[in-house]
Design a protein around this ligand. Structure first.
Ligand SMILES: Nc1ncnc2c1ncn2[C@@H]1O[C@H](COP(=O)(O)OP(=O)(O)O)[C@@H](O)[C@H]1O
Ligand SMILES: [Mg+2]
Length: 221
């Protein structure tokens, strides 16, 4: 099957610092791809580029066969909305809002039908055992907040979910719970998962592990 993400010769520098030095990557539909690498290796930089949040790179990035360099900002936003979901390390939840409101927030800004968005959000939250009207979000545990963030990432039914160290702040048990859920959801919904991971226990679940080193990706056995 064709790659959902195809990256060729991706380069990124910040001033004199060259972080990515001609990196290639193919993401296959449905796979769990783990990315490892020392701190400062460029993992977050890579995810920002793959997620089309950082457009300031060399090389070619295709998402679902479309060359992102040829798209206007609204076309790019539409592509992101159709294919990509994100879970951020520090959740990026708004504490004043309920779990459901946090999950449908991207839909509010993207002009989607809110009734549909609300229904889908409620389904994903219930799948993750979070009460939709749970409020304020600050009362939730870290593991629960991470699940709300994940529900938001999955709310639009993405082809690829990108997660930058999603379990960094979780204890080992909450981490396993999170990835058990992700495995189940991936089997049900078929999205690919690209995650920056440190924990050895989680790496064992991945279909492929790639190490970012010297600005490119290396296969890890
Ligand atoms: N916006 C930026 N401006 C300048 N340097 C940056 C910026 N973002 C990242 N860097 C640098 O790029 C390198 C890679 O950073 P990052 O992608 O965050 O690494 P990782 O996620 O692997 O820890 C680091 O040296 C970091 O200081
Ligand atoms: Mg990082």
């Amino acid at each position: 099957m064709d790659s959902i993400i195809r990256a060729r010769d991706i380069q990124r520098e910040f001033g004199d610092i060259r972080v990515l030095e001609g990196l290639d990557l193919d993401v296959r539909p449905g796979e769990f791809l783990a990315i490892v690498g020392r701190s400062g290796a460029g993992k977050s930089t890579l995810l920002a580029i793959l997620g089309t949040h950082d457009l300031d790179h060399g090389g070619r990035l295709e998402i679902s066969g479309r060359d992102t360099a040829l798209l206007s900002p609204p076309e790019l936003a539409a592509l992101r909305r159709e294919y990509l979901g994100f879970v951020f390390q520090d959740f990026h939840l708004l504490p004043e809002l309920t779990a459901l409101e946090n999950v449908i927030l991207p839909a509010v800004f993207s002009g989607r039908d809110l009734g549909t968005a609300r229904t889908q959000a409620a389904e994903v939250l219930s799948r993750l055992s979070i009460r939709a009207d749970e409020t304020p979000t600050t009362l939730l545990s870290r593991g629960e907040r991470q699940r709300v963030a994940m529900a938001r990432g999955l709310a639009n039914g993405p082809s690829v979910l990108m997660a930058d160290e999603p379990s960094a702040s979780l204890d080992a048990e909450s981490e396993q719970t999170l990835f058990n859920l992700l495995d189940d959801l991936r089997r049900e919904q078929g999205f690919a998962l690209i995650a920056v991971i440190h924990s050895r226990a989680v790496l064992e679940r991945a279909d492929r592990v790639l190490e970012l080193r010297d600005g490119i990706l290396h296969e890890v056995d």
